[in-house]
Write a protein that binds this ligand. Structure first.
Ligand code: GDP
Length: 313
């Protein structure tokens, strides 16, 4: 069975991962998740992007917030607030069970990839979900107010400080998750897809894990990225704000230049005006704004069709 590898952050990535999961045969998709957003909070090990992908693929994600679980209750958070505890990072009651189980198993010596696989199977998910590494990598955001740990910047400060750059602490000592290289060697791949995630804080940390970029570059499958920018705006989150603060034009062309030789093609929205990119990736067009499950499945299908054409070209 041919496989598909998808690189994903949280919300934007999980949308396309859901489309791919629903149209591919069970087990064909592997989602490689960013763990640069992971952090320790209230004594718990939290992996926001892995959880967004798990909850989305399991059909239990909260569509309103874009994070956490649907039909969540907040008894723990309210009780913590009454005690004067730290409540800037919201943890729902059912969500808490995942963090407690992950924390317990990490403390017992289990690898993050093993724990993620356990969660995947208990949530009834058909696709493989992998952390980008079992070793901790922690994104630090260089801002106008100094270096901020990722969640301090993202959640506590609501992305307010201007961004100057990023550092992925621990990346140089990290290794790709066990089994990924073997899976890539054993599985004919239809495509490697870079989901429409934030290039700087969701995809770059994955590519910073030594060996992963090379694995992708050396693979014969077409590498196709989907732009998270549509008509000069990000659909959600700080991608556009970051681009401006870094002195970059907020366009899909910037996304193409950012990924450079890594990708063979960039999928941009039909409505997006983009110049052909000299010596750059092939520009493909599709409806890339995903609201409904049908939008997600249609985009996934279009990308796989493009991948087949790229391969035969
Ligand atoms: P985060 O880790 O939760 O911030 O999630 P990601 O990095 O995976 O996704 C954030 C990016 O997804 C933002 O840059 C958004 O512009 C992009 N995004 C969200 N929804 C869509 C969509 O429907 N279509 C496209 N093309 N991009 C999207």
């Amino acid at each position: 069975m041919a496989g598909v590898l998808a690189l994903s952050g949280g919300v934007g990535g999980a949308k396309l991962a859901l489309g791919l999961d629903r149209i591919l045969p069970a087990g064909a998709l592997t989602v490689l998740c960013n763990t640069g957003d992971d952090f320790e909070h209230l004594g718990l090990s939290i992996s926001p992007d892995i959880d967004t992908v798990l909850y989305t693929l399991a059909g239990i994600a909260n569509p309103q917030t874009g994070w956490g679980r649907a039909n969540e209750t907040w008894t723990f958070m309210a009780a913590l607030a009454d005690l004067g505890g730290d409540t800037w990072f919201r943890l729902g009651d059912a969500d808490l069970a995942v963090h407690i189980e992950r924390t317990r198993r990490l403390a017992a010596g289990d690898a993050l990839s093993v724990i993620t696989e356990h969660l995947r199977s208990h949530l009834g998910i058909r696709s493989t979900v992998l952390p980008m590494s079992d070793q901790p990598v922690r994104t630090q955001v260089e801002t106008s107010e100094g270096m901020l740990p990722f969640q301090q910047y993202f959640v506590k400060r609501q992305c307010e400080p201007a961004v100057r750059g990023f550092r992925f602490d621990g990346a140089s000592e990290a290794t790709p998750p066990p089994g990924l290289s073997q899976w890539l060697a054993d599985t004919p791949l239809e495509a490697i897809i870079v989901c429409p995630s934030n290039p700087f804080i969701s995809i770059d940390p994955i590519l910073a894990v030594p060996g992963l970029r090379r694995m992708i570059l050396d693979h014969s499958a077409p590498v196709i990225a989907v732009s998270p920018v549509i008509q000069g705006r990000a659909v959600k989150g700080p991608t556009a704000k970051m681009m401006s603060e870094l002195g970059l034009a907020v366009t899909s062309t910037t996304v193409a230049a950012h990924y450079g030789e890594l990708i063979d093609a960039l999928v941009v929205d039909h409505s997006d005006d983009i110049e052909p990119i000299r010596n750059g990736p092939t520009v493909l067009r599709a409806a890339t704004l995903m609201h409904s499950q049908k939008d997600k499945c249609d985009l996934a299908q279009t990308i796989l069709t493009y991948a087949r054409n790229l391969r035969t070209r």
